[in-house]
Design a protein around this ligand. Structure first.
Ligand code: HEC
Length: 106
């Protein structure tokens, strides 16, 4: 995915849409330690804290608003991000999580 984006950008000479790019780097920076880069939660920290597999049917069937709510306010071992991410950034992360799930389905 990242490779593809980079390739596309190299060809067109354009940066990818800011939100998608930002979500990817936010996810890597703030979420991947627990949820893994692919969203599986299959990291040592993720396993210890029982981080959700963000690609699972349980997550997929939830609405954007529900997922955004958990990201903003946290739940159990999931820390709240309401003070470190804007609503826009949270929304972009929800969209990013949807993309991670799509990748598994294919
Ligand atoms: C410190 C580890 C940790 C970090 C960092 C973290 N999470 Fe989580 N996350 C968890 C855990 C643990 C759960 C499961 C919460 C529960 O049991 O209710 C969870 C649950 C979730 C859920 C809800 C899944 C469901 O089943 O409803 C979403 C969405 C989510 N995380 C997204 C994110 C995003 C986006 C980020 C980065 C901004 C992030 N998480 C960062 C540990 C983490």
């Amino acid at each position: 995915m990242l490779v593809l984006l980079t390739a596309v950008c190299a060809v067109t000479g354009n940066a990818p849409p800011a939100s998608g790019n930002e979500a990817a780097s936010n996810f890597k920076l703030r979420c991947s330690s627990c949820h893994g880069l692919n969203g599986s939660g299959d990291t040592s920290l993720g396993k210890t804290l029982k981080a959700a597999d963000l690609r699972s049917p349980e997550v997929r069937k939830q609405t954007d608003a529900q997922l955004a709510q958990v990201i903003a306010n946290g739940r159990n071992n999931m820390p709240p991000f309401v003070n470190s991410l804007t609503r826009e950034e949270v929304r972009a992360l929800v969209a990013y999580i949807r993309k991670l799930a799509e990748k598994v389905q294919k």
